[in-house]
Design a protein around this ligand. Structure first.
Ligand code: ADP
Ligand code: MG
Length: 414
């Protein structure tokens, strides 16, 4: 077994990790950390939940210098405030172990706290492009001393239209500079960033069987008026659940109706204030809220472990969104269940998604498929024609195909 120590991570950091029970590096960490510690530029791709934050965060904290006021030394750019918040939460305690201060700046909250902490001296700045640009424009921070940059989820950054801003920000950083890029795809805009801002980058990709975790995927035929009751049933059997809707109003409406059906639910979307979003995420994280109802944009970069199920209440717009949404469950090797609700006029859309992501083109009626042993499919499986078990069809019915592990099991049957 490799240890972080063997990868070259300094002792104060490995001790801080061990206090959190993290002792064995995940593959992307084992691959990227030694090169990053050497100061190499890195181009990384690894599935959701594979531990990219520490893959860039540990070398960053090991290498970052200490800063003067308002002139941080390392910058981590993230596409959403939730992601920025999560990265900083992970880095702050580790940074303290090596005497480095980390601050997250993002929109939707007041400026004063961010300005004050920049004045006090922040070594590592985690930021969304918009707020960072504002803070630079008003003179609260300068990027001139930044010689270490991480762009996390570069593809999402591009999807959300942030690339021009990201380029303007990177242009203000110091050279030479170490630049680390993580992205789910390495073509298009990410390739462009690489060309402009990286020098001889080492590429590290981790993929394969656990690319999409161990989730079982089901597509259920439902009538329009049954969708909330069906969703409530899924939440009750596989808690906690993230429910996806296409619109903000849809998210509010579904959350309200789940509440009426007796399920503790909260909505999270861009129309809510930062404090509402933080509160909803907190309540979901600590189990008070069983169902988080989210739009695609709001859910980007939400990294909550132990999500037992994902419900596509509204079918996603395209297969890429299907994968992104579904990736909220079955993280870090856990099991998970993904259910798409398919109304009669959506059968063709559902098949398009199934085909694109490599799932069997099967629709089921709602029911506890994972308890009765009826199979949906797993990503990357060969398509099959009939709803019958495929991997050695004679395993015990209770070797569930996707019944969640851990917390969810306690709720699994009523
Ligand atoms: P990604 O950014 O690749 O989606 P994260 O960095 O958010 O994934 O990590 C996913 C989860 O795994 C987090 O809860 C993180 O604390 C945990 N984690 C990361 N590395 C390890 C490790 N080496 N051992 C155990 N847990 C880890
Ligand atoms: Mg991440």
């Amino acid at each position: 077994m490799t240890t972080f120590d063997q990868l070259g991570v300094p002792e104060p950091l490995t001790r801080a990790l061990a206090r959190r029970g993290i002792t064995e590096p995940f593959p992307i960490q084992a691959a990227a950390i030694p090169d990053a510690l050497d100061g190499r530029d890195i181009l990384g791709r690894a599935p959701t939940g594979s531990g990219k934050t520490l893959a860039f965060g540990l070398p960053l904290l090991a290498r970052v210098g200490s800063s003067r006021p308002q002139r941080p030394r390392a910058l981590v750019l993230a596409p959403t405030r939730e992601l920025a918040e999560q990265i900083s939460k992970e880095l702050i305690p580790l940074g303290k172990a090596v005497g480095r201060w980390t601050l997250a700046v993002y929109g939707g909250v007041g400026y004063e706290f961010q300005r004050r902490n920049l004045r006090r001296g922040t070594d590592v700045l985690v930021a969304t492009p918009g707020r960072l640009t504002d803070l630079i424009d008003e003179g609260s921070v300068s990027l001139a001393d930044i010689d270490l940059v991480v762009v996390d989820e570069a593809d999402r950054m591009a999807d959300m239209g942030f690339m021009p801003q990201v380029r303007r920000l990177l242009d203000q950083t110091s050279t030479p500079r170490q630049t680390v890029l993580f992205s789910a795809t390495l073509d298009g805009d990410t390739a462009e960033l690489t060309r402009r801002y990286q020098t001889d980058p080492v590429r590290h990709e981790v993929e394969g069987a656990d690319d999409h975790g161990d989730a079982a995927h089901y597509f259920w035929r439902v009538a329009h008026h049954d969708r909330v009751a069906t969703t409530a049933e899924i939440v009750r059997t596989t808690t906690p659940t993230i429910v996806f809707t296409r619109t903000r109003r849809g998210a509010d409406r579904v959350a309200r109706r789940l509440q009426q059906a007796g399920v503790q639910a909260a909505a999270i979307h861009g129309g809510r204030s930062q404090s509402q979003r933080t509160r909803a995420l907190g309540a979901f994280g600590n189990g008070r809220v069983k169902a988080l109802v989210a739009t695609d944009v709001a859910a980007r970069g939400i990294h909550v472990d132990g999500v037992a199920s994902v419900v596509h209440f509204d079918l996603p717009a395209d297969p890429k969104d299907y994968l992104h949404r579904s990736g909220r469950t079955a993280r870090a090797g856990a099991d998970g269940v993904v259910v798409s609700l398919v109304m009669p006029d959506q059968v063709t859309d559902a098949r398009t998604i199934q085909r694109a992501v490599g799932l069997p083109e099967i629709l089921h009626d709602p029911g506890d498929d994972w308890l009765t042993g009826r199979l949906g499919g797993r990503l990357g499986d060969e398509p099959v024609r009939a709803a019958r078990p495929r991997r050695g069809g004679n395993h015990r019915p209770h070797r569930n195909q996707g019944r969640p592990r851990g917390g969810a099991r306690r709720h699994a049957r009523r």
